[in-house]
Design a protein around this ligand. Structure first.
Ligand code: ATP
Ligand code: NCN
Length: 197
């Protein structure tokens, strides 16, 4: 079985994430892509991230219609700071030794990967797939060539930061995130200043 892993804070999940996963699934003939919302990400600057359960539910809503997309709670249920080395060990244990694991990252995340915990071990645990992202250079020169692939995906100039800012400013996020995620954000009053609720 060939399993893609798309880790992210998903605050909120948007069409950039979904297109990246879909393209890599097609290119590598993946049987599944598992979206893994982070528990407590340690390299996110700025304000605190939304509760894990909200990010988890938005990820479930966004992926529900695709039979090849799954969502895993491993990073949320482990508790504490999320490290990809733990994600990969947990998913290896869940899928067994025969599974081929492909960890999908945008160009921004791939550029910082050597700063991740136990970075040298990561490339033993999975094949890494870096995807293009508007505004970032995609390069794997710093990484082991046989364990990293680069994939061009349709350019989606969308970020979770921009989606949060738009909601805070009362601007629409329709078509940047799936419809059900727009509705979930409104229902839970996410990303609004307290005096806007
Ligand atoms: N528009 C996009 N195109 C390609 N890859 C993306 C895109 N947006 C995010 N990714 C990748 O998806 C993964 C998870 O991203 P994350 O959940 O941090 O979203 P983000 O939009 O970067 O969030 P934020 O703006 O809050 O930093 C990362 O590997 C990131 O590089
Ligand atoms: O393992 C680490 O030290 C590490 C540091 C930063 C990010 N990551 C992972 O990279 C993925 C994208 O993270 P983020 O913060 O850009 O949403 C997600 O799965 C994180 O757990 C992992």
């Amino acid at each position: 079985m060939r399993v893609g892993i798309m880790g992210g804070t998903f605050d909120p999940i948007h069409h950039g994430h979904l297109v990246a996963a879909s393209e890599v699934a097609d290119r590598f003939g993946l049987d599944q892509v598992v979206f893994v919302p982070t528990g407590e990400p340690w390299q996110k600057s700025g304000s605190a991230v939304s509760p894990a359960e909200d990010r988890y539910l938005m990820t479930v809503i966004a992926t529900a219609s695709n039979p090849r997309f799954q969502v895993s709670r491993v990073d949320i249920d482990r508790g504490g700071t999320t490290y990809t080395v733990d994600t990969l060990r947990d998913l290896r244990a869940a899928y067994g030794p025969e599974a081929e694991l492909f960890f999908i990252t945008g160009a921004d995340a791939l550029g910082k990967i050597l700063s991740w915990k136990d970075a040298a071990d990561l490339f033993e645990l999975a094949h890494f797939v870096g995807v293009t992202r508007p505004g970032f250079d995609l390069s794997a020169e710093h990484l082991p060539a046989d364990r990293v692939s680069l994939v061009q995906v349709p350019a989606m100039a969308i970020s979770s930061t921009d989606c949060r800012r738009r909601v805070e400013e009362g601007k629409p996020v329709w078509y940047l995130v799936p419809d059900g995620v727009v509705q979930y954000i409104a229902k839970r009053s996410l990303y609004r200043k307290v005096d806007n609720i």
